[in-house]
Design a protein around this ligand. Structure first.
Ligand SMILES: NC(=O)c1ccc[n+]([C@@H]2O[C@H](COP(=O)([O-])OP(=O)(O)OC[C@H]3O[C@@H](n4cnc5c(N)ncnc54)[C@H](O)[C@@H]3O)[C@@H](O)[C@H]2O)c1
Length: 275
């Protein structure tokens, strides 16, 4: 028996070929869960990939991987910024599966800029996806979880939510907001049997990292490869992070094995941030 046998889990931002969402969905399916996979466009926002455009099947390809593991999967294209679209996904998921036990707020975007160059559009773009949507997607599943008297919500914060850095102020603030919302949601719904936690990854090699290395490298006069090499040597555990490193911890956080944990912001970063 897997740790998530008979559980139904919804993962946002699950369509990327190299993304954390895909790894989380695979981990959950390996543990026995059925999946609701959403993304803003069918293939996920691909900033760069060795795979030619059109060759990656996005949420449908991830759903196929889940079905090959013997689990059920449904897909939905929805923009997490739209409360109406997320509510529609939740309604569709309930019609299909009859319950939602787990929500992973994974969808997110990254942008870098020197503080003097941060525009209102940059701020709003980051905050609406990385912060606002985490609250409203959580709110959308709460009535179901309250009625079930059981549920687990895990959001993707970041080491950026715990520390400062020069060229990422809106991103850092959005991830600190995720840590804060995690604590308030956990307190508000502990008595309902709902646990709410977040994870704080470090330098994970995904499509997003390609943006991080390109944008931050440019601001620092480094090529993306130079930037990545410079960052990698600062990791105490000695290597860049893999999506599976994060997915394994989330698999634990949504299982009964972490049944006495709520309101936590768990660092999964190779030792970069120790609080
Ligand atoms: N990669 C890292 O180093 C790192 C580190 C810490 C935290 N994180 C966080 O982990 C999460 C996943 O990151 P990733 O590295 O897999 O990034 P990614 O860019 O590879 O994947 C993010 C996914 O979110 C989707 N998405 C973007 N905007 C959306 C919207 N409006 N509605 C619905 N979906 C949308 C994208 O299409 C994409 O599939 C993010 O929240 C990110 O901030 C990543």
């Amino acid at each position: 028996m897997g740790r998530l046998e008979a559980k139904v889990a919804m993962v946002t931002g699950a369509g990327g070929e190299h993304g954390l969402g895909r790894a989380i969905a695979q981990r959950f399916a390996d543990e026995g869960a059925d999946l609701i996979l959403t993304d803003v466009i069918p293939t996920g926002l691909r900033v760069s990939s060795a795979t030619p455009p059109g060759a990656w099947g996005g949420v449908d390809a991830v759903a196929e991987e889940i079905r090959k593991r013997g689990r059920r999967a449904m897909t939905a294209i929805a923009d997490v910024r739209s409360v109406a679209q997320i509510e529609k996904v939740v309604a569709g998921a309930l019609a299909e599966f009859g319950r939602i036990d787990i929500l992973v707020n994974n969808a997110g975007i990254y942008r870098a800029a020197a503080t003097v160059d941060v525009t209102e559009e940059h701020w709003d773009a980051i905050m609406s996806i990385n912060a606002k949507a985490v609250f409203f997607a959580s709110q959308a599943v709460l009535p179901t979880m309250i009625a079930q008297k059981r549920g687990a919500i895990v959001s993707l914060a970041s080491m950026a939510g715990k520390i400062g850095s020069r060229n990422n102020l809106p991103y850092n603030a959005s991830k600190a907001a995720v840590v804060s919302m995690t604590k308030s949601l956990a307190l508000a719904h502990a008595a309902d049997g709902i646990r709410v936690n977040c994870v704080c990854p470090g330098f994970v090699e995904t499509d997003m990292w390609t943006s991080v290395a390109r944008e931050q490298g440019k601001l620092m006069g480094l090529t993306p490869d130079e930037f990545t090499r410079q960052r990698a040597v600062t990791v105490p555990l000695g290597r860049m992070e893999r999506p599976e490193d994060v997915a394994n911890v989330i698999g634990f956080l949504v299982s009964s094995k972490s049944g006495y944990m709520t309101g936590q912001a768990l660092s999964v970063d190779g030792g970069l941030v120790m609080h």
